[in-house]
Design a protein around this ligand. Sequence first.
Ligand code: PLP
Length: 467
Amino acid sequence: MSENPLAPQHLRFPTDPSALTARIWPASATRTDDGELVVGGVTASDLVAEFGTPLYVVDERDVQSRAVRVRNAFTEAFERIGTRAHVYYAGKAFLTTQVAAWMVAADLRVDVCTGGELAVALAGGVDPALLGFHGNDKSDAEIARAVAVGVGTIVLDSHEEVQRVARAAADAGVVQRVRIRINSGVHASTHEYLATAREDQKFGIPLTEAVTAAEAVRAEPSLVFVGLHSHIGSQIFDESGFREAARRLMDVHATLVATGPVPELNLGGGWGIDYTEADSAFEPEDVADALATIVAEACAERDIPVPEIAVEPGRYIVGPAGITLYRVGTIKPVTLADDDHAPATRTFVSVDGGMSDNARPALYGADYTARLARTSDAPAVLTRVVGKHCESGDIVVNDEYLPGDVHRGDLLAVAATGAYCWSLASNYNHVGRPPVVAVADGVPRILVRGESIDDLLARDTGVVPGA
Ligand SMILES: Cc1ncc(COP(=O)(O)O)c(C=O)c1O
């Protein structure tokens, strides 16, 4: 067997289709002597015997060590330039009460963007003063709740929110710390739906209107202006976007320093992770050093104090620490031929989940890496791993070489599903969302139970009890 002409250029024919490349799989992922996949000291078959498939599995230690690594990288880089760094975990990537508690244990703050995420973070024991609250369309109720519980900073996303948050704070008799989210106009090189600082999108206030917005905040006695915020997008590999956004923000920051205090600057998240061999993520230490250098130089040039820095990564912390286990079902070889190449076969491997537990391939054309839970010497074949939903776009892994003896009943693992999979999950086709299990030291622990058919029927008022 050899390279399949239907394979995309970035997918190389593997020397070993069972290999677990360290930068793609959770830190604890390995194989037993018999070749079975193990995460957190628990074999895939044991996990599935207890919790079924599909199953989200999170390497608890990996999440914690990634969180600590980011915190240390930023603390050290910004200490070198004489200031402090605050790392917020972006809860939208994956938030349960236990995940929130891990972040507290790692000394991270938490960023939420809805009343629901706020409730989970609080239930997970996050000190409200260490929460950031985002959102381009916060309801009055969400703002009132955030103010009432004492959220550390609210990130204002529009001019009208200045007055709305000021009123809520005044009504509650408190002074609320706020940031202003700026649309820096930096076009991050990522999928269009993941780029959040292009001009023609919904987030933030344009750079040119930042001073007006900050003056409006400063005029409100119930608000304290903490600083500017920028998040240019997600799954970004090109550092230059972060550098450029930081430079642009520093220009406005300096203008505002001339007229009042601006203690902090929030540079967002968005660092890419390796989903496939073709990706090459940068190290958090490199991002931290690059940003510290830019901030230090910008402050020295303008002779202004170095602000405290905040960042808010999500994907980097949880993405590579998670996998999803599926059971293989129908296998269908499809032979194609066109003008460009001779007949070639793509093998469609169906699994018992799909776009309801991982919307990213359908939403962003995202690529993933898959491996069978067992090893095999069978020659690799080009496969497309697909779900069980009634959509041809229900793809789990677009292109992957799997052992040619893949068969119904096999367990299949998809790597790097820790971020934006469970949090984007749906009940499409009335498929229940899978459970989430944390593994560490050979012990699995359920974080969120899966949804049963009873759960799916529970909110349907037409269901006749006992029928
Ligand atoms: C405002 C904001 N901050 C942080 C993040 C986290 O991004 P990532 O998970 O890519 O680090 C996002 C993601 O969309 C975001 O919108």
